[in-house]
Design a protein. Structure first.
Length: 163
């Protein structure tokens, strides 16, 4: 009985893959997680932006929506993107990884498009959004954050599925 128990417990140095229940190596779960090490800081920054963008958009929409509806709706959209990015970065698994990549790519495209539009079409952006002028009001962090996020996601991408 003791011998059978010992055989079922993998040795710490094993890289696995041969057992019936091991669909991936012991290293895979660590690589599949994005909420460790620098990832925690990234998630914290996304959480701060989610809170600040939500508060800003909520206040703007409730108090002065008629002054700049496009800008304030874009602020609300940015808030949703930051919330989705925060949650998906904190969760492990392939589905959440895909959600993270999508959210961060949407954020990058949003920052670039809204940044360019606010620069060249100031009439439609009389008030700033989180992404206006490429995030100038936030120290250009909205421009750098998705780039850092994509680099982190690339480095922490899930291992390929085994056949």
């Amino acid at each position: 009985m003791e011998e059978a128990k010992k055989d079922m417990t993998p040795a710490p140095q094993e890289t696995g893959g041969a057992g019936a229940n091991s669909g991936s190596s012991p290293e895979a779960p660590a690589k599949d997680t994005r909420n460790t090490g620098p990832g925690r800081l990234l998630i914290a920054v996304y959480a701060v932006f989610a809170l600040s963008a939500t508060a800003r958009a909520g206040y703007q929409i409730l108090t002065k929506f008629s002054e700049a509806p496009l800008a304030y709706l874009l602020s609300a959209f940015a808030a949703v993107v930051y919330i989705v990015a925060t949650v998906s970065l904190a969760k492990a698994g392939r589905t959440w990884f895909t959600v993270s990549v999508t959210a961060v790519l949407v954020e990058l495209v949003g920052v670039l498009v809204v940044g360019a539009l606010s620069l060249f079409d100031a009439v439609n952006f009389p008030h700033e959004t989180v992404w206006s002028l490429f995030g100038r009001g936030y120290g250009f962090i909205p421009l750098l954050l998705p780039i850092l996020g994509l680099v982190w996601l690339y480095r922490r991408r899930p291992a390929p599925r085994s056949a």
